[in-house]
Design a protein. Structure first.
Length: 241
């Protein structure tokens, strides 16, 4: 039997293409780009909302809420009470585990601010995730310890400066030094940081916010919170580099 085909109709073809284009633009057809999930770790007495500017910038670049993780940790009223113990490390580790399990790339990115820098480092160490992190960014951190905390064990008058705190040469500080926390590592810092630079920004000749073995560092004339609030473009550029 001879099969008959209807003659091609240019108008029908154009209509079909138009309908297909509308379907692709439909919100029901939209889906997130395959990007590393991002874990954003706030600082001492901070809040997940401190990352609002960063989240807005990342969403402008194609991320969706389900790709952005903001663990909430620590006392909000007692900065000296917060250390790097399990009570504060556990929420960060849980976010990293959830982010990695849901990652379409098999990797995550991590950005920490202030004490969140070293808290994220400790979490990565304990999870063995260094090889699972693509980009690590430390903002206004104290990887080398804080001059204001003194040198361990001579200034352990509060948990924040104790063995699990940021006194120079504390067991915690020594445990996070000279290790990898991702394939690419960066720091964002200031020489007028009113928290990190009390007494001096420098510990043994290096700005304490530098990340050991970092690929690059970026300096801004901003205060401690300004470094998280006003550098979202730089943060996003580093993740998408």
């Amino acid at each position: 039997m001879t099969q008959k085909f209807a003659p091609s109709n240019p108008l029908s073809r154009l209509l079909g293409l138009f309908i297909a284009a509308i379907a692709l633009l439909s919100p029901f057809a939209a889906h997130a780009a395959c990007l590393d999930n991002v874990v954003l770790v706030h600082g001492n007495t901070g809040y997940p909302s401190h990352w609002d500017n960063t989240v807005a910038e990342l969403k402008r670049r194609g991320y969706v809420d389900s790709q952005l993780y903001r663990p909430n940790w620590g006392s909000k009223i007692c900065a000296t009470c917060n250390d790097h113990g399990s009570a504060n490390t556990t929420p960060v580790k849980n976010s990293m585990k959830t982010a990695l399990a849901a990652s379409c790339t098999g990797k995550i990115d991590v950005i920490g601010h202030s004490m969140g820098v070293t808290l994220a480092m400790k979490a990565i160490n304990e999870l063995g995730y260094a090889g699972k992190v693509n980009t690590y960014v430390g903002i206004a951190g104290g990887q080398h310890g804080l001059v204001s905390c003194g040198v361990y064990p001579f200034n352990v008058w509060n948990p924040g400066c104790g063995s699990l705190g940021l006194s120079i040469n504390s067991p915690l500080v020594n445990s996070v030094r000279n290790k990898r926390y991702g394939a690419k590592m960066y720091s964002i810092k200031s020489y007028i940081d009113e928290v990190v630079c009390i007494g001096s920004c420098f510990v043994y000749g290096s700005h304490t916010s530098n990340v050991d073995m970092q690929n690059a560092t970026y300096d801004f004339a901003l205060g401690h919170l300004g470094l998280i609030f006003f550098t979202p473009t730089t943060q996003a550029n580093l993740l998408m580099n």
